[in-house]
Design a protein around this ligand. Sequence first.
Ligand SMILES: [Zn+2]
Length: 212
Amino acid sequence: MNRQFTQKMCLCFGMIFISVGLELFASNLAHDTYVFGAFLDSGIHFTIGFWCWLIASNSGLSHLVREAVICGTLSSLIDVDHFIAAKSFSLKKAVSLGKRPMFHSVLAIPLCMTLIYLLKQTLQRTKTCIFINSSSVLSNLHLLLMVGWISHQLRDSLRHGLWFFPYGSLSQSPFWLYVFAVSFCPLILNFLFKYNFIVLHNPSTDKQIYVV
Ligand SMILES: [Zn+2]
C-alpha cells in the first residue's frame, strides 16, 4: 500500500468521525433562531466540503488548503438559491419555501460544471484572463464546485433525499448511507483525478491545459 493511499484512507476514516460528530453535535444543540440554525448548517456544509476536497485532490500542500477552503465555501454558498427562490433577503422566507430551489437538483451539477468549463476554455483560448493558467483555484474551479456541490447534496439528502428535477426525488438517505457516501465518494473522485479520467490542473507541476 503506498503512502498516498494510506493518507487518503486516513482522511476517509477521519470523515466518518467528522460527519457523524457534526450531525450529533447539531442535533443536540438547541437552536431556536433561524440565524443560528443557518450559521450552524453553513458551517457543517463548509467543513464537509473542505474535508471532501482534502480526500479528492492530488494537489500539493501549498495549493491544497487554499483549494479546500474554496471548496468548503462553495459548498456553503449552494444555499444562496433559497434567497433567489424567495426573491428576498429574509432568512425566514428563504427557509420556508414550499418547494426545493434550483441548485438542489442533482442534475444542476453537470449542467453548471459544463458551463463553467466552457467559459474557462473560452477565457484560455482568447487569453482574456491571464491568471487562469497559473491559478490552481481558477483552473480547477469547475472541479472545486463539483466536489463542494456533491458534498452539499449528499448532506441535504439526509433530510430531503436526492432530487432529480424534473424527474422527482429519492426518499431520505439513511444516516449510514450518507456517512459512507460522503466519506468514500471523494476517494472515487481522487482515483478519477489521479488516473486522468478527470484532469486536475496543478500549476506547481504542470502548465499544460487539459480537456476533461
Ligand atoms: Zn442545501
